[in-house]
Design a protein. Structure first.
Lengths: 323, 291
């Protein structure tokens, strides 16, 4: 696989507005070859608009965009053949079997994958001859995935690809994505599942109100890596009513459950272990050390953003009122 | 999604040299689209029953009910009304398999995401349209052949008498298919959502059948309805087919006592051009960048 010097996706100052309404307010982003890049953001933040501009489906109002070295507004057939696209909604393919559909889409591409392999890859071997109409929602979604992969694309756009999957099917879909990247393909993943982004993405971008708020690895997003830890345990049974030792952190008791917010969870656990042993316990009930999940961090970022925007709106209203 | 072994066997990897392979040819893609369109058409009840079988059923039903003849001047054999009716039903069949079919299926494709999905693949739009036109032609030819079989075998209707009349028959059939196909595609512009497709198509079809000389002799339709029908292609297709199937004296029964074949093709050509213009200007792939 040849890696071009240019990133797989490069956008600068990308804008999209519908009349007076701004959907994308100047996005700057680069996605490298071979990475899984996840777009996170609440509904209506502009993720799908952004992806549709990159796919050449939607025009842009301003800024620059290059996808696989080509301006997506002027994509050729050869360029389209290098993209794999799984849309958010499933198209209706009535009257055709899974195999007929995948084989038909394979005809569009200069160097498609083998039909049976793609069907196997998405786990639909048993449904090959079955009509699309008779498939479940999750199975139709797998057909979408197969149709997105059949052209053996270099760059794959997955827009909420696992919506409607059961947990086992989601894990299988994740394995497919991991295999794609192991073969050097680039994946742009739009998702609402934070665990999905955490499991798959090399980097994530959080888009809120048409702007990229942060680009980071899932581990470091929103200062997560430096965030304080919580040590929790249950003070029931033998430990009930026993005074706690001195701990490096802030202790909160909550209905028989203790939460210690600390920068030194290892030290806290060591002291707690000794303390429990001194009361004749070698196991502390329900002991856990947690850091904020990607979801906690993401939700906090959105809340902060909304609070700020809310303040702005309020400030504007106040300013208007005094005039 | 499970097979690790399939993956390690290179399921996803395409040799880099294959990248340089040429894009598939437009002719092959058009054929592939035509085949898929035909499969979808005949496998779905909406199209197989309402669009394809309905005109045939109407031919069977009314062919069995209608009796009587249309008399000519002294000395010539009267024309069986079923001979008249067959010409109209063939025209009506073309409208159903081309106009009704495409107006309904394409608006479903627009509103249920198929067109968007196709527009994101390297499939050239020309191959998509070629598949629509070619599949409509095939369906119309099958429909017409079945109607001819039913009419000749069950109702004793006679076929065009000579090459000139056969040529006219084929000319009107091809012209009718082309015009109705383009109009069907163009009409999707006016259908706001997939639920509206059938209610916005079937009434037009039914009304035009009644006033265009399909179920009743055209000259017996009230004059103002004749005027309305004369704006639309169905009345002219039916006239063209009557020229092919009826004896020459029958022109005395037609408006102006003439077959007026040039006008048949003239009206079809004008509607064809109108359909093409609307399609080129307004067809919605859902590819908003081009809208």
């Amino acid at each position: 696989m040849t890696i071009a010097a240019e990133p797989a996706v490069a956008v600068r100052g990308l804008k999209k507005s519908y009349g007076d309404v701004s959907a994308l307010a100047g996005i700057d982003l680069e996605i490298e070859h071979g990475e899984v890049f996840s777009l996170l953001g609440p509904n209506g933040a502009g993720k799908t608009t952004f992806v549709e501009i990159l796919e050449g489906y939607r025009g842009r109002s301003g800024g620059e965009a290059r996808v696989l070295g080509v301006d997506p507004a002027h994509g050729t057939r050869a360029w389209r053949a290098r993209l794999g696209i799984v849309l958010q909604s499933t198209a209706a393919f009535e009257g055709l079997s899974v195999e007929e559909l995948v084989a038909h889409f394979a005809r569009f591409y200069p160097a498609p994958m083998a039909v049976s392999r793609v069907i196997g890859l998405v786990g639909l071997e048993g449904k090959r001859k079955q009509r699309w109409t008779s498939l479940s929602g999750g199975q139709k979604r797998r057909v979408d995935l197969a149709l997105g992969l059949i052209g053996d694309p270099e760059l794959i756009f997955l827009d909420e690809p696992t919506t409607g999957f059961d947990p086992a099917a989601r894990r299988q879909a994740w394995d497919v994505v991991r295999e794609l990247t192991s073969l050097g393909k680039t994946v742009v993943l739009t998702t609402h599942y934070l665990d999905e982004a955490e499991a798959l993405a090399d980097r994530v971008a959080v888009i809120i109100a048409g702007q990229v708020v942060e680009v980071s690895t899932p581990r470091e997003l929103g200062g997560r890596a430096r965030a304080v830890a919580h040590v929790t345990f249950s003070a029931s049974d033998a430990l009930a009513g026993k005074p706690l030792p001195v701990l490096r952190g802030e202790v909160r008791a909550d209905d028989g459950r203790f939460v210690i917010t600390t920068d030194y969870p290892t030290a806290v656990v060591a002291v707690l272990t000794e303390w429990a042993a001194s009361h004749g316990l070698d196991e502390i009930p329900a002991l856990a050390v947690t850091r904020p999940s990607l979801e906690d961090t993401y939700l906090r970022m959105i809340a902060e953003r909304e609070a700020r925007d809310g303040d702005k709106v309020q400030a504007r209203a106040l300013a208007g009122g005094t005039r | 999604m499970r097979s690790d072994e399939a993956l390690s066997a290179g399921a996803v990897a395409a040799p880099a040299r294959e990248r340089s392979r040429k894009q598939p040819g437009i002719l092959g893609l058009s054929v592939a689209r035509t085949v898929i369109e035909l499969k979808q058409f005949f496998r779905q009840p909406q199209s197989a029953v309402f669009t394809f079988a309905l005109p045939l059923l109407l031919l069977l039903l009314f062919g069995s009910i209608f009796s009587g003849t249309i008399k000519g001047p002294p000395g010539v054999k009267a024309v069986d009304f079923r001979q008249y009716f067959l010409a109209g039903m063939i025209a009506s069949g073309v409208m159903s398999t081309c106009f009704n079919n495409l107006a309904i299926t394409i608006s479903l494709e627009q509103h249920e995401g198929l067109l968007k999905r196709l527009s994101l693949t390297p499939l050239p739009p020309a191959a998509y349209f070629a598949g629509k036109v070619a599949s409509c032609l095939v369906i119309s030819v099958i429909e017409t052949v079945l109607m001819l079989l039913v009419a000749t075998l069950l109702f004793g209707v006679s076929l065009p008498v000579d090459l000139v009349h056969w040529a006219a028959f084929i000319g009107v059939l091809l012209g009718g298919v082309a015009t109705c196909t383009l109009l069907g595609i163009a009409y999707t512009r006016f259908i706001p959502n997939s639920n509206a497709a059938t209610p916005m198509v079937m009434p037009i079809y039914l009304i035009l059948q009644f006033i265009s000389g399909v179920f009743f002799q055209f000259t017996q339709v009230p004059a103002f309805l004749q005027a309305v029908a004369s704006v639309f292609p169905l009345r002219w297709m039916a006239l063209g087919f009557r020229y092919a199937f009826l004896p020459d004296w029958f022109k005395m029964q037609e408006t102006g006592h003439t077959w007026n074949i040039p006008l048949v093709f003239g009206v079809l050509a004008v509607w064809l051009a109108a359909g093409l213009a609307v399609t080129l200007r307004t067809f919605r792939w859902g590819r908003a960048g081009n809208a």
